[in-house]
Ligand binder design. Structure first.
Ligand code: SAJ
Length: 402
């Protein structure tokens, strides 16, 4: 049996996928509300195909509880927040989960940590706990790679990495993941797996930063960055990403800091990329102020469309819009502009609307921060408005871009 600990964005789909493919699974979360929702046939976040997968898993007998269970294998997918000032990973949730597992697990159990951790976390934070508990268990790091918005497909089709101390244990874990993963599963050591995960997200951060820097350079000279990227990408070895209002989410905007924090003086391009991406919300604000001045728009008639960190997800963690709100608070004008996101039901900020039409009625300049399908399918509603399209959702010559 596998006990999946932490039923969030990663743990829940993983638990469901294992169960739907015939593995006996108990899902554990210490948050009673999450367990209650799941026990009442409600999935706790929006993701394509999640509800259908949930139903398949329930048919196969998955159970949800707040208790840690006796199992041969544990998949730990609890949050690993980072400290904004020190930029270091906060492994306390992982530590507590490991402690709780150790209190119930049989000897020789396998503890698989899926949460993103900074390189060296298992040696520094987890092994000492295991040593203190004086119980023989096997540690494994199997970092997740799925992308919100396409999680279910990617769980089945992405290659995976399994880091372990002991090859035979790695092969056992591989067999369990192979119950649903149709792609290549590489078995390596734990430190290599930890580093690989952070390197993957850092690679993407650097590439997004390059696109964002190009946007700033082209703006300076009145060049169309999108056209330049489109043409450059026709080169067989060039693949530039898309500029945007910043980088959000719990991974790409966080993981590179672990390398900066642990390798000061060495992680230079990584640090520069982080700074460029973090500067984008402010760059959007500068564009907004410029357009308002040029077109005589009152700041109270400016509306930001989209608050999540990217399109068609309901996750707002570290989103460019939240970063921008934070910046505006410093300039004491955050309360004047308007916000709307079809995926965000909770009020995050004053002047937040819950209907697209009501929001549009109140604004003259719409700043598209997220390219949700909703706005792509309702472009006609933007007719007569000034638009700053930071995501290039449409090819409208009259619209402003980054
Ligand atoms: N973004 C751009 N321009 C682009 C691509 C992305 O501005 O061309 C922005 C997005 O809008 C978003 C941010 O970057 O704000 C990150 O989004 P993303 O879609 O690139 O990635 P995440 O954070 O949703 O998921 C990443 C993925 N990692 C990589 O692609 C290397 C995913 O596979 C990981 O599982 C996930 O991080 C994680 O949990 O680590």
């Amino acid at each position: 049996m596998v006990n999946v600990i932490g039923l969030g964005y990663i743990g829940l789909p993983t638990a469901l996928m294992l169960a739907a493919n015939g593995v006996e699974v108990v899902g554990t979360d210490y948050n009673g509300n999450v367990v209650e929702e799941l026990n009442h046939s409600r999935v706790t976040f929006q993701e394509d195909g999640l509800l259908e997968l949930y139903r398949r898993a329930v048919e196969k007998g998955i159970r949800f509880t707040t208790e840690y269970r006796k199992a041969d294998m544990y998949v730990i997918s609890v949050p690993t927040p980072y400290d904004e000032f020190s930029k270091k990973v906060d492994a306390s949730y992982v530590e507590r989960a490991v402690e709780s597992v150790l209190s119930v697990c049989p000897p020789e159990a396998v503890l698989i940590i899926e949460s993103t951790i900074s390189p060296g976390t298992i040696d520094r934070h987890v092994r000492p706990i295991v040593e203190r508990a004086d119980k023989k268990v096997h540690l494994v790091h199997a970092p997740e790679r799925i992308i919100p918005g396409n999680m279910i497909y990617e769980l089945e089709h992405n290659n995976r990495t399994i880091g372990c101390d002991d090859r035979e244990v790695g092969e056992r874990v591989r067999a369990v993941y192979a119950s649903f993963c149709k792609s290549e599963i590489t078995v390596t050591d734990i430190r290599t797996a930890e580093m690989t995960k952070v390197v993957e997200n850092t690679y993407r951060d650097i590439n997004i930063a390059f696109a964002n820097e190009l946007a700033k350079i082209c703006r300076k000279d009145g060049l169309d960055v999108y056209e330049i990227i489109r043409i450059a990408n026709k080169h067989p070895r060039v693949n530039i990403l898309t500029p945007g209002p910043g980088v959000g989410g719990h991974c790409i905007s966080v993981d590179p800091w672990f390398l900066v924090g642990d390798y000061p003086g060495l992680a230079n391009i990584i640090l520069a990329a982080r700074k460029i991406n973090d500067s984008m919300p402010e760059f959007v604000l500068e564009r907004v102020y410029g357009i308002c001045k040029e077109r005589g728009v009152d700041i109270s008639r400016v509306g930001f469309y989209g608050m999540t960190y990217k399109e068609d997800v309901d996750d707002i963690r570290q989103s460019p819009t939240l970063q921008l709100i934070h910046n505006m608070e410093k300039h004491l004008c955050g309360h004047m502009v308007k916000f709307y996101d079809p995926y965000v039901e909770k009020d995050i900020t004053p002047n937040q609307y819950h209907s697209l039409d009501a929001f549009l009625e109140q604004v003259d300049l719409v700043v598209i921060m997220v390219g949700h399908t909703q706005i792509r399918e309702n472009l006609e509603k933007l007719e007569g408005k000034l638009v700053l399209d930071t995501r290039k959702v449409a090819d409208c010559p009259d619209w402003y871009t980054l």
